[in-house]
Design a binder for this molecule. Sequence first.
Ligand code: GDP
Length: 457
Amino acid sequence: MSRTRLADDTIIALATPQGVSGLAVIRLSGKDSIDITDKVFAGKRLIDQPTHSVHFGTIGEQNKIIDEVLVTVFKEPNSFTKENSAEISCHGSPVIIRQIIKLFLKNGARLAEPGEFTKRAFMNGRFDLAQAEAVADLIHAENDNARQAALNQMRGGFSNEITHLREELIHFASLIELELDFGEEDVEFAKRDDLLLLVGKVQSYLTRLIASFDQGNVIKNGIPTVIAGKPNAGKSTLLNALLNEEKAIVSEIPGTTRDVIEDEITLGGVTFRFMDTAGLRETQDVIEALGVSRTHERMKIAALILYLFDLSNTTIEEIAIEEARLKAIGRPYIKVGNKVDKASKQLLSAINDQDFVLISASSKTNLETLKKEILSKVNIQEVKQGDVLVTNLRHYQKLTETNEALERVVTGLNSGITGDFLAMDIRQALHFLGEITGTITSDDLLENIFANFCIGK
Ligand code: GDP
């Protein structure tokens, strides 16, 4: 692979979370990482040990031992970064971690940038860019489906198939370019029919991948869900009850939940991204009005609306009016009858034949039924080992761009355009495909991608 190599200095970072913990892992990578570790480690000489071996000893300098540790040695190319690496398991005290890292800095290591370990793994050809990005997705996966989708992508996913199809396309582009070299002579190295077949094959693969993004996006980012209803219907109370913590403002004063608060819950492996709202009340209040129009906007893009009716303070007629408005938005919704504890028997019997989930948000009554109803409204299939799913917006965009370029190839082939134009369209498709796997990259793109990683990964 023609990636420019990074500087091979030795980088160090804490790979486990900051704070007090039982153990912490400090990670080093770079040509000299094992030598540098040998300078501060008292125990066996690590550089003489085989790869993937673990050694007990102490870390410190002169007469000062900082901690007793285990060091795992990785010899290039058998490590995550394909460089010499060491992992130090020490006790999880911030003081120890700080002192050990400082000692390594003194001895020639430097602090790693966010994502630098993964960036080195990519640069050294350990995996392609799409797989490197999946590493970040794996770490940040918030539910089991997202974890499985990221793991599948990290372990290969669509990368191999795309690389393979790209090579086939390159072959055709070269043949066509060869024809161009022959100028006026009437030669045809690249059989147009075969090219059309290949492009069809690539397109059908891409179309499947592109279509998987609908599900992939929801799995990764959660299902956009809106809790709506009149002021005081109990929206904040319900959100809190669902999140099980006091994240939203609960107040006796109508319309105090002014801003939209986003939060997530995971039910049965599916993440729902809740957007709390300011209610649907018509109002003169400027801030409130902003909130209200935003609620409408949010409802229009929601995959699911939980609409709360305040059963302690409404009538069957009002309910009908509200539901008509709700229906007009045209999104899936659940009718939640809240404050069932204070509802009149009369109202309860009047709505008896309607599709209500009756709850009391404040006393958390019947929330399980509501959760089941929420889950039943979405159709998320379980992601299995080996399923290939596009969850990354950048990949989705590049796949779409590739497909569009290939569409131009097909149009060109059907209308018999000249080889130079044909080659140009194929080259463009190749460019977009290359951007997915990272065969074609720019510093900006890489910086952008790896800056989103955490330090130590
Ligand atoms: P929002 O404006 O829709 O967000 O409503 P809030 O969540 O702020 O609730 C308004 C008031 O209704 C608060 O005083 C809550 O304690 C109260 N409330 C919420 N749910 C229930 C319930 O199930 N039963 C009763 N009795 N009161 C509730």
